[in-house]
Design a protein around this ligand. Sequence first.
Ligand code: IFM
Length: 767
Amino acid sequence: MKGKFSKYLSKEEWLITDKGWSKDELSVKESLFTLGNGYIGSRGIYEEIPDGTEPGTYIAGVYDAAASMVPELVNAPNPIDFRIIVEGEKLDIGRMDILESERILDLGKGLLVRKTLFSDTKGRRFLYQSLRFFSLRDKRIGAMQICLKALDKPARIIIQDTVDDSVTNIGSILEGRKRHTQLVDVSPIRDMNYLCVKTFTRKIWLAYTSFLAVARAGGHPVGTLNKIFNMLLKKGEMACFTKIFSIHTSKDFSARRLKKIAIKELHRAKELGFDGLLKRHIAAWQRKWEAREVKIDGDREAQKALCFNIYHLLISGKEGDDNVSIGARTLSGNGYHGHIFWDTEIFILPFFIYADPKIARNLLMYRFHRLNEARRIAGEKGYKGVLFPWESADTGKETTPAYSKHLDGSIIEIHTMDMEHHIVSDVAYGVCHYFSATGDNEFMLKAGLEILFETARFWASRATYNKKTKKFEIKKVIGPDEFHEDVNNNAYTNRMAAWNLYKTKEFYKYFDKKYPRFLRKIERKISLKSEEIEQWAHIADRIKIPFSKSKGIIEEFDGYLRKKDVLLKTLNHYFMPVLPADISLKDVGKTQIVKQADIIMLMYLLPEEFTKDIRLKSYLYYVKRTLHKSSLSPSIYSILACEVGDVTRGYLYFLFSLYADLKNRYGNTREGIHAASLGGTWQAVIMGFSGFRNMEGLPSFEPRLPGHWRNIKFCLKWKNSLLRISVSNKKIKFFAASKRKKGSILVKCFNSVYKVPFNKNYIIYKK
Ligand code: IFM
């Protein structure tokens, strides 16, 4: 793109370009072009709000329950609302003739840049250019600049600039659109406009200040308080409008002081000016990408798409706040009401563990702060310990709606909140994973151990003893494969529960040796008895794992193999299986068709628990029966495929996950970016192709790159060092940056253990 803002743009490899315009793709593009900084997410809407626009401004942790079945992430007032009317015609991409249009999302710098050439009904052309960003450095500040040139004739223009507080959340099913805020205050203050709204039920105040300046023909910008004003634009003259705004909430500041703080902050931002703010923002993005970029040598397209996935992960993780988590659709849309699922601990958390461990810790602390609510949920159902809600929002209460839209569009009752109990061990898994990569004892003593003890307690009370078989069983569950509800002994649930119990005992012993005094404190706090710990191991040893001796595979749950066997033989042109025409989605539960990685998920999470033979046989069995109807599935299959030597297939699954949103593969990107798919895609590259695994505290690599990939370069934060890694199929290069001048780190590569010295290049060759 050539134009006023092109000088700010990164190199082509960082740019996602959208040329032309299509109404049908409007809301999908809005999700894709979301800007954000972890604190706020703002959908990539066109500033003039063409018909069909779905503005979305989401603030991490701001939920409300007014008029909706369940609390949901609030669509806050929209500061990106800027309309221009030329001689009675609105400059509107959906209405005027468009001679040229292009938008660019700069992944490297978090910028959204636009250039549109409009032509009105009289054929007069107007060149419209804009740039906007939500500052990564000054998190509560956003800024945009819009420049307009009348190319053919002078034109009288009317400008309407606003922060729109009439926005609503898109209603799911029967609820209709919902407004979550009411007006508190709207007033001009010196040269700024102030708007304050309050959410209906949680009473959170959201305060906006905004400042608009107009500059003509290269002259100095002059501030204006007018929300509507007009001006005459000479032929060839360019007018530039600069809007700087701030967004503060009473979650972070007292409601009483909010106005003062918001004004002060905007004042400071104004002093920095648009250019100053932009410079700080770009510098912050440069620091953000440092050590978080993944480079694929040999696959430019995949490299860019991967960068897109990582960008969306980066803008969803909030720094410095241990009371919010990341919803299934990040801060980019209203999908799943902004709720938090197991997606966070299993799919998203690993990225943050190795890229930004402080954010990873915060994600786990979000669960810790809600333990009491999880205790209550467990207690209400007659269990001990904690049962995390299947869907969680701000309070930690269960927020799964009673009804939802089925994949075929019909309305169905939801049972996940009553049965999808594997969320408990998923959170425990997240805790252990975090600790094994960071060695953060302080976190474990403050929160991690308590989470582990309470999750183990849950499973001990959840499992029932079958005297006949002498096994513990977990009945009436839904595993990750949600096509099969109310099943007994789902292997994923049972094996993860057993792992949760063993691991907790192991951690108890470890911390008992290292920090006995602290451990006693936790024991007192939650009245933990030593008999309980012994009982955990006893149960874990005897939990039933359904296994088919004849087939040599793990059976998904009791009776799974007696269901109608349907092989998914037909593949679509993305090489993904399609449902046979004679099976309806309503009947899939009667068949062996699996919705998403379940047994395969288990084998990925606990690689050491299954022999090579069982893994291969199970993969070959389930791969033919899994429909991948969830975006959580292809990435995990990609990894398992690599592990069992099916890299070609692994690459196809990877591609599907990689483009899940960029190409709207699930048809619902409009509702927001699929967070789990972002994290799963990152894992497919790092854990799948480079073969990185955290083997009980030892970083281990077993590369199996697709044939056309020369190498993958990436960084991993590991305890107190930063590993810079370049992996190819034949050699692995390390640079283990550490503050310690001497010393080394142990790594396992190609099945042997090596000592990699700190702060030196070190190459390991495959023998
Ligand atoms: O958590 C997932 C679940 O596994 C499948 N359905 C969508 C949920 C949210 O992404």
